[in-house]
Ligand binder design. Structure first.
Ligand SMILES: Nc1ncnc2c1ncn2[C@@H]1O[C@H](COP(=O)(O)OP(=O)(O)OP(=O)(O)O)[C@@H](O)[C@H]1O
Ligand SMILES: [Mg+2]
Length: 493
């Protein structure tokens, strides 16, 4: 057959069909879908009895019929093909056309052709990147309908277009696959195993942590209670070049100034009453590493000035000593106070604020990333019972999802922990999720009775809450069943 294709016999319907298919192909992003489309259109157009896409697995030199279509829903598993046709196409990269196998010398004695009563064959190579990708195959069997010159012209034009379309689709799929892999690798690279979360806002946080960790800049971490500020501080240290040096966290909030100062800076023997020997402070202890100052907004003015000096000169002096000591410490601070407002008010030094806030990291609240909740729930369930984590019912999860979480991840962790205690079997149910004691529910501080009376009221309330189930009421109060039963008896419950 000549490679030159003549299209003089193509009718308007053929051209329309090609146009329609070309359009559909342009929109199809999936190779299998495209092949299905091609086959069904072509079978209709040519009146073939069997149509198939035969994939050529070049690595193993094997032909694999992938998509088979038959007229009248003939059983596809019965269909056998003439592999000698496929071999010819592989060898010559040209179409095979036999209008009548009985008179075609090439195929008249082929067993598969005879046994399967294949009467006429039209088969076209799909060539992609100069390689045989597969074969578009059509034949006519029992009904002995032959193909004609028009079908041949139509099919040859068509397979040329189909090859191009397929090439595009496959290229796109390859790129997409590569992109997914690259993106996954990127996600893996930025993920921080100790900090659970896959929401976009958390990915952004992880990216920032990774970047910040590569620098030696001071950082202020802000965010509501229980959002994970301390975890972030630790992650920055662990990912930084200081990771093999110490990391120390020091809580600042409401610790008396003198105690805090001696903690941070150390002292010389005799510096004050009770200083019976020299002591090094945290700045020296953490030398080369990272010092995390939690609740830095509570630092008193005197210590604010001293901290500023450390940041500016990298020098400290122990209490009661005149020697200046050099320290190399990275400071990460955290607060849930509004430091800029404190600066305006004059309660936090502006110069210290700017020294600390070289980089600001805001940790999102749990309600800003509710999609992470199921992941966190699983994580905390496993933490509670590593070998046999409890399951959680849909209703319980729904209750968790619709809550506002003012105490953020810490509150979620506490509530899951409690639910694991309350659960009567292996499943956490809706009633095991109780938000009451942590945040939100008011304690009746106007109660005028005795402590004993208050206890009795709580016990009675709790038994009612659990519909008389004393085991669970006792569990929820963290008292023994026996003492609850005794109390209940006393109260006539
Ligand atoms: N993303 C998270 N993945 C897993 N555990 C988390 C996450 N965020 C917080 N936690 C857990 O929640 C608890 C509170 O976290 P953390 O102490 O870091 O919060 P915080 O922001 O410092 O809170 P506070 O403002 O009260 O000091 C910890 O037990 C921590 O391990
Ligand atoms: Mg904290």
């Amino acid at each position: 057959m000549s490679r030159e294709i003549q299209f003089d016999q193509l009718s308007a319907t053929h051209l329309q069909s090609i146009y329609r298919l070309a359009q559909q192909m342009a929109h199809s992003g999936d190779a299998d879908e495209l092949l299905q489309l091609i086959l069904s259109e072509l079978m209709e157009e040519t009146g073939a009895e069997v149509g198939a896409f035969i994939y050529y697995d070049a690595r193993n030199d094997r032909f694999e019929p992938r998509t088979i279509r038959t007229q009248n829903e003939r059983d596809k598993s019965e269909i056998e093909f003439s592999y000698s046709v496929f071999q010819d196409i592989l060898k010559n990269k040209e179409a095979v056309l036999t209008f009548d196998t009985r008179t075609d010398q090439k195929y008249s004695d082929k067993q598969s052709v005879i046994i399967n009563k294949i009467y006429a064959i039209l088969a076209f190579p799909l060539i992609i990147n100069n390689q045989l990708y597969g074969i578009l195959y059509f034949d006519s069997r029992r009904n002995r309908q032959s193909f004609n010159e028009t079908s041949r012209q139509f099919l040859s034009l068509f397979s040329a277009i189909a090859s191009l379309a397929l090439e595009q689709v496959l290229k796109k799929r390859k790129i997409e696959k590569e992109n997914v892999q690259l993106r996954r690798r990127l996600d893996d690279e930025i993920a921080i195993p100790e900090i659970i979360g896959q929401s976009e806002i958390m990915k952004k946080l992880f990216r920032l942590i990774n970047k910040v960790a590569k620098t030696d800049a001071s950082v202020i971490i802000t965010g509501e209670n229980g959002t994970g500020k301390e975890l972030v501080a630790r992650a920055i240290h662990d990912l930084s070049k200081r990771k093999d040096k110490p990391y120390i966290a020091q809580y600042i909030g409401n610790i008396p100034g003198t105690i805090l100062e001696s903690e941070l800076f150390g002292y010389k023997k005799g510096a004050f009453t009770g200083a019976d020997k020299d002591k090094i402070g945290l700045f020296e202890a953490v030398d080369g590493g990272t010092l995390f100052l939690d609740e830095v907004g509570d630092l008193n003015p005197d210590l604010q000035t001293k901290l500023l000096r450390v940041l500016e000169n990298k020098e400290i002096m122990r209490l009661g000593e005149n020697t200046v000591r050099h320290v190399d410490v990275r400071i990460i601070a955290a607060t849930n106070k509004d430091l800029p407002a404190m600066v305006k008010e004059g309660t936090f030094r502006e110069d210290l604020y700017y020294r600390l806030n070289v980089i600001g990291i805001k940790v999102p609240t749990l309600r800003e990333r509710k999609t992470d909740i199921p992941l966190l729930v699983d994580y905390f369930l496993k933490k509670e019972n590593p070998d046999h984590p409890l399951e959680i019912s849909k209703e319980a999860l729904r209750k968790i999802m619709s809550y506002d979480w003012p105490g953020n991840v810490r509150q979620l962790s506490n509530i899951i922990q409690r639910a694991c205690i309350l659960a009567s079997d292996n499943i956490i149910r809706e009633e095991d999720i109780q938000f009451d004691d942590l945040v939100g529910k008011k304690v009746d501080i106007h109660f005028g009775g005795t402590l004993e009376e208050l206890k009795n009221r709580i016990i009675a309330e709790r038994i009612k809450q659990f519909n008389g189930n004393k085991t669970r009421a006792a569990k929820s109060l963290n008292i023994s069943l026996r003492s609850l039963q005794a109390k209940a008896k006393e109260l006539g419950l």
